[in-house]
Design a protein around this ligand. Structure first.
Ligand code: HEC
Ligand code: HEC
Ligand code: HEC
Ligand code: HEC
Length: 504
C-alpha cells in the first residue's frame, strides 16, 4: 500500500456520501429472496453466538433480505479502515497470531485482502507463496451463498475471533456480505499464473481505458504515481506486478478516493476486464521527466528521506537568503521555480541567492548533468548520497526535457498573458477538482491560522503553481499535467482560472 494513500483519507467522507447516495439500487434482490430459506435453518446459530446482532430476532423467524451496496462492499474488502476513515483497531487481528509466515503487523492484519487475497483464493491463490502468505482460506467458495450466512461469519458465528461487528457497523458488514455473495470474480479464468491476461484483447481494452481512466490516469497511465521516486508505481506497473489487485481496484474503485469509477457499477463484463488488463499491461512504467521534476521541487520529500545535516555547502557563499537546513538542499531554492535563478523571480525578495538558473543546462548531455550532480564538476554540488542511478536519470531527463519557459505566459506582476479562463475552468474541474474541490479549498497546505490553497499558490507564486501542475507534488499522488499531454497554453489557461479561486 502506498504511503500516498493516506492523503486521501480526507476524501473518505465525501466518497462514502456519494456511495451511500447511489448505493441502494445495486442489490439484485430476487436472488437473495430465493436463497432465503437456507438462512432460516442457520439463523439460530447466529442468535446464540452473536447476541449483539440487531437483526437476529427477525432472522429467527425469517431471514431478512439484506439490502446494501456491493460496490462499497468491494472497497471495504480492499481496505475498510481507509474507506471508513477510522483508526485501525489496536494491535493485530486476533487470528493473525495463528500464522507466522506473513510478518506484517497492525492495520494491514485487519484488511480482508491481506488474509483472503486480491484473487479471493487465500492460500490457494497468489498469496499461497511470498511475503503475503498466511495459509488462510479464501472467500471464493462463499460465492452464491445467502448473504445472511456470510454475515453471520462476519459476526463471529463460526469463530469468535472473526467477529468484525466490534470494529464496523452492521451496514458495512452487510455490504461486505453482499459483495462476497454476488460479486466475486473467478480470477483464474481471467489471469494466468504468469500474470498475463487470458484471452485479453488489448485493442478493445484501450477503449475501456480511454473511456474510463485517462481523465485521471492520463493517456499512458502516467498521470498518477502511487508511490514515491524511490520506486514510482503507475497503473501500468501495478497491472504487471499484481494483476489481481489491479482488477479488484478497477472493478470497485480506490478506498477513500472520491470519483474513481467502479467498473462493476458501470456494468462491465468479464471479457472487458481481461481486455482492460491486457491493454494496461502494455503501458509504460516510468516517466523520467515528471519524476525528475518532483525531485527538483523537494527530493527529500520525494524520496522519503531526512535532510542531510546542516546547510548545503554552497549556501554559505551567499547571504541574502536566510533560510537554513532542509530548504537549502532543494534545487528550486537555489535555481528557482522558473528555472532562471537570479535572472528570474528569485532575483529579488527573501528567496534571492544570486545563484544562476538551470534553464541553459537543458542542452547539456546526460553525462554532464550527472557530473554536476555527483560532485565531479563542483565538489560542493554533490547529491550522490541521495541520488542513485535511477534518480540521476530522472533529474537529467527533467533538465533536458521538462524546463518550460514560462516567461511568454507569466508577467513579472504575476498576471497571465493570453489565458483562456473557460478552458482553464474545464481543465481544473476535469482533473484538479477531484482532490482540491471546486473552490480549491479541500486541501489546505498551510494551517488554520494561515491557510494556503491551490488558489493562494496560483496568485502568490504562479511559477510554483505551473511547476507543480506539470510534474506533481513530492510524496503525494497528484495529477501531472505533462502526462495528461497538456501544452504550455493549457497550463496558462489553467493558471488564469486558478487565480480566480479563493486565496483564504
Ligand atoms: C487475520 C486474518 C483474517 C482477516 C483480516 C479476515 N479474515 Fe475472514 N477468515 C479468516 C480465517 C482464518 C477464516 C477461516 C475460518 C474461521 O476461523 O472462521 C476466515 C473465514 C472467512 C469467511 C468464511 C469462509 C467460508 O468458507 O465460509 C468469510 C466470508 C470471510 N472470512 C470474510 C472476511 C472479510 C470480508 C474480511 C474483512 C472484513 C475478513 N474475512 C477478514 C481470516 C481472516
Ligand atoms: C476521477 C479520477 C480517477 C479515475 C477516472 C480513475 N482513477 Fe484510478 N485512481 C485515482 C486516484 C486519485 C487514485 C489514488 C492514488 C493513490 O492513492 O496513490 C487511483 C488509484 C488507482 C489504482 C490503485 C493504485 C494503488 O496502488 O493503490 C488503480 C489500479 C487504478 N486507480 C486504476 C484505475 C482504472 C483501471 C481506471 C479506469 C477504469 C481508473 N483508475 C479511473 C483516480 C482515478
Ligand atoms: C545551495 C544551492 C544549490 C542547490 C541546492 C542546488 N544547486 Fe545547482 N548549482 C548551484 C550553483 C551555485 C551552481 C553553479 C556552480 C558553478 O558554476 O560552479 C549550480 C549549478 C548547477 C548546474 C549546472 C549549471 C550550468 O552551469 O550549466 C545544474 C544542472 C544544477 N546546478 C542542477 C541542480 C539540481 C538538479 C539540484 C538539485 C538536486 C541543484 N542544482 C541544487 C547551486 C545549487
Ligand atoms: C489525486 C489528487 C490530486 C489531484 C488530482 C491534484 N492534486 Fe494538487 N495536491 C494533492 C495533494 C495531496 C497535495 C498536497 C497537499 C498537502 O501537502 O497538504 C497537493 C498540492 C498541490 C499544490 C501545492 C502544494 C504546496 O506545497 O504548496 C498545488 C499548487 C496543487 N496541488 C495544484 C494542483 C493542480 C493545479 C491540479 C490539477 C492539475 C492538482 N493539484 C490535482 C492532490 C491532488
Amino acid at each position: 500500500m502506498s504511503k500516498r494513500f493516506l492523503s486521501f483519507v480526507v476524501l473518505a467522507l465525501g466518497t462514502l456520501l456519494v456511495l451511500a447516495a447511489c448505493g441502494s439500487q445495486a442489490t439484485p434482490a430476487p436472488a437473495a429472496v430465493t436463497k432465503a430459506p437456507a438462512a432460516v435453518t442457520k439463523a439460530p446459530a447466529a442468535v446464540t453466538k452473536a447476541p449483539a446482532a440487531t437483526q437476529a430476532p427477525a432472522a429467527a423467524t425469517k431471514a431478512p433480505v439484506l439490502k446494501g451496496d456491493v460496490i462499497r462492499g468491494g472497497v471495504l474488502y480492499d481496505n475498510w479502515i481507509e474507506a471508513l476513515g477510522v483508526e485501525a483497531p489496536e494491535g493485530d487481528q486476533p487470528l493473525w497470531k495463528t500464522q507466522t509466515t506473513n510478518t506484517r503487523t497492525g492495520a494491514d492484519t485487519w484488511r480482508c485482502k491481506e488474509c483472503h487475497g486480491w484473487d479471493y483464493r487465500g492460500v490457494a491463490g497468489a498469496y499461497g507463496k511470498g511475503s503475503h502468505k498466511t495459509g488462510f482460506v479464501g472467500v471464493w467458495q462463499v460465492t452464491g451463498q445467502d448473504a445472511n450466512d456470510i454475515l453471520a461469519t462476519m459476526q463471529g458465528s463460526t469463530n469468535p475471533d472473526h467477529n468484525f461487528s466490534k470494529v464496523m457497523d452492521e451496514q458495512a458488514l452487510i455490504d461486505l456480505s453482499l459483495f462476497m455473495s454476488e460479486n466475486l470474480v473467478d480470477d483464474t479464468s481471467l489471469v494466468s499464473a504468469d500474470k498475463t491476461a487470458i484471452g485479453g484483447n488489448a485493442d478493445s481494452g484501450k477503449s475501456v481505458f480511454n473511456e474510463n481512466c485517462t481523465e485521471c490516469h492520463g493517456p499512458a497511465g502516467l498521470a498518477l504515481n502511487f508511490s514515491d521516486e524511490t520506486g514510482p508505481e503507475y497503473v501500468g506497473t501495478l497491472s504487471k506486478d499484481n494483476p489481481w489487485e489491479f482488477l479488484h481496484k478497477a472493478r470497485f474503485g480506490q478506498p477513500a478516493v472520491a470519483d474513481m469509477p467502479s467498473m462493476v457499477d458501470l456494468g462491465l463484463k468479464d471479457q472487458e476486464y481481461v481486455d482492460l488488463l491486457a491493454y494496461v499491461q502494455t503501458l509504460p512504467t516510468e516517466s523520467l521527466i515528471t519524476e525528475g521534476g518532483v525531485l527538483y521541487d523537494n527530493w527529500m520529500a520525494a524520496l522519503g528521506m531526512e535532510a542531510p545535516a546542516g546547510d548545503q555547502p554552497l549556501w554559505k557563499t551567499q547571504t541574502t537568503n536566510t533560510r537554513t537546513g532542509a530548504d537549502t538542499w532543494r534545487c528550486k531554492e537555489c535555481h528557482g521555480w522558473d528555472y532562471r535563478g537570479a535572472e528570474g523571480a528569485y532575483g529579488k525578495g527573501s528567496h534571492a541567492t544570486g545563484f544562476k538558473g538551470v534553464a541553459a543546462s537543458a542542452s547539456l548531455s546526460e553525462a554532464d548533468i550527472t557530473a554536476w550532480l555527483n560532485g565531479t564538476k563542483s565538489a560542493d554540488h554533490n547529491f550522490s548520497d541521495a541520488f542513485k542511478e535511477p534518480q540521476i536519470k530522472m533529474m537529467a531527463a527533467f533538465i533536458q526535457g521538462g524546463l518550460t519557459d514560462t516567461s511568454a505566459y507569466i508577467n513579472a506582476d504575476k498576471t497571465v498573458k493570453g489565458g483562456n479562463i473557460d478552458h482553464g475552468k474545464e481543465l481544473y474541474n476535469g482533473v484538479c477538482k477531484t482532490c482540491h474541490g471546486a473552490d480549491g479549498k479541500s486541501l489546505n497546505f498551510g494551517d488554520e491560522a494561515a491557510p494556503e490553497y491551490v488558489g493562494t499558490i496560483a496568485s502568490d507564486n504562479p511559477w510554483e503553481f505551473w511547476h507543480k501542475a506539470s510534474v506533481g507534488q513530492p510524496g503525494k499522488a497528484m495529477a501531472t499535467g505533462l502526462n495528461l499531454d497538456w501544452k504550455p497554453q493549457d497550463f496558462a489557461d489553467l493558471l488564469t482560472y486558478a487565480q480566480t479561486l479563493p486565496t483564504k
